[in-house]
Design a protein around this ligand. Structure first.
Ligand code: ADP
Ligand code: TRP
Length: 322
């Protein structure tokens, strides 16, 4: 089965990305055919500066390789290295209506927050559909916020196949309910755009600062606390086994521990969990030639698949040269 996903280099990767998308990708890579890319063309829709885009693109590659993406078991590339995706986007844009695009939650949310959208933000779901359909992905692991984008991709594929001929594979979303929405330090969805993330490759000091800033109620140390409504616990539980979860829940319920203590437990889990990946990342930072060679190899493999699908699509549409 072909599994595909993309991550935007629009900021540093955070725990929401890790638990919903990255961990899953790592599981898949040993069992299925994994296609993974850095969605830098998507990141242009919220562009701030070229320095930032370059930093985050390389940072994202370093993060994913450090976390265990294995270039021998997966195809790993940067989206802009396979520009065939933008050509397919144009073809696919005939198979979705403006009124459908107007229903996109992520677009509406950004506009509601005062963001002045370019046309690229509006057509973003078509580029995402193209990412998926160009590589005939069968399964797409994402967080819940991408559910509607996956529905668009399926709709576009269905309509395109009906209009022009059956060339596109319908993808299945793969959304895990338990990690569907990881909360940020303010309790809203953790997101690069909301400034509420915990970036696991930050310095110990930075991570500590974020963890200590997680919002909690004002219960005194001796009072029992409710793990189910605590953001600290919700984040911490992602690191724990079922039995460790029960033990930690008891700690909340019995009282005698302040939120400061419970945050320290969480901090400890984050630092311990990411320690081996952190040293791997440092090694990779010293060996950027290797990182670029991995991406170049990924580009070649991805291009081969992309060109073959694009040839099929062009034929179906009657695009010149015939
Ligand atoms: P962000 O919202 O921080 O910009 P991206 O849009 O780059 O993150 O998301 C990359 C992947 O991580 C997607 O599959 C997305 O659904 C998932 N994701 C992002 N934030 C969260 C979150 N808070 N909880 C669960 N999944 C998330
Ligand atoms: N839109 C996705 C996000 O913000 C990133 C992405 C781009 C993606 N293309 C994709 C995810 C294709 C899965 C498949 O998270």
């Amino acid at each position: 089965m072909r599994v595909l996903t993309g991550l935007q280099p629009s900021g540093k990767l955070h725990l929401g990305n890790y638990f919903s998308a990255i961990k899953k990708i790592l599981d898949y890579q040993s069992k299925e055919e994994l296609f993974l890319f850095i969605a830098n063309l998507h990141a242009l829709t919220t562009f701030r500066s070229k320095e930032e885009l370059k930093d985050y693109t390389l940072g994202c590659a370093l993060d994913l390789l450090a976390l265990g993406v294995d270039p021998n078991k997966s195809v790993f590339w940067v989206q802009s290295d396979v520009p065939e995706v933008t050509e397919l986007t144009w073809y696919l844009s005939q198979s979705i209506t403006v009124s459908q695009l107007q229903l996109a939650h992520s677009f509406k949310d950004k506009v509601a927050k005062g963001f002045v959208p370019g046309a690229g933000l509006f057509t973003y779901p078509i580029l995402m559909a193209s990412d998926i359909l160009l590589f005939s992905a069968e399964k797409v692991p994402v967080g819940k916020d991408q559910k509607q984008h996956l529905e668009f991709a399926r709709d576009i594929a269905e309509r395109f196949n009906a209009q022009f001929g059956p060339v596109l594979t319908l993808p299945e979303p793969d959304i895990d309910e338990s990690t569907a929405t990881v909360p940020g330090i303010d309790g809203a969805k953790m997101s690069k755009s909301y400034n509420n993330t915990i970036d696991f490759f930050g310095t110990e000091k930075e991570i500590k600062k974020k963890v200590m800033a997680i919002v909690s109620d004002s219960k005194a140390i001796e009072e029992p606390k409710d793990p189910d409504t605590s953001i600290i616990y919700q984040i911490h539980s992602l690191f724990l086994s079922p039995s460790e979860r029960e033990t930690q829940k008891e700690k909340y319920k019995q009282g005698g521990f302040g939120y400061g203590d419970l945050k320290k437990d969480l901090l400890e889990s984050i630092l311990t969990h990411f320690a081996p990946f952190r040293s791997k990342r440092e090694e990779l930072t010293q060996n950027l030639d290797y990182v670029h060679s991995v991406l170049a190899k990924g580009k070649e493999k991805a291009k081969e698949v992309a060109q073959s699908k694009l040839t099929e699509v062009r034929k179906t549409l009657g695009i010149y040269p015939f």
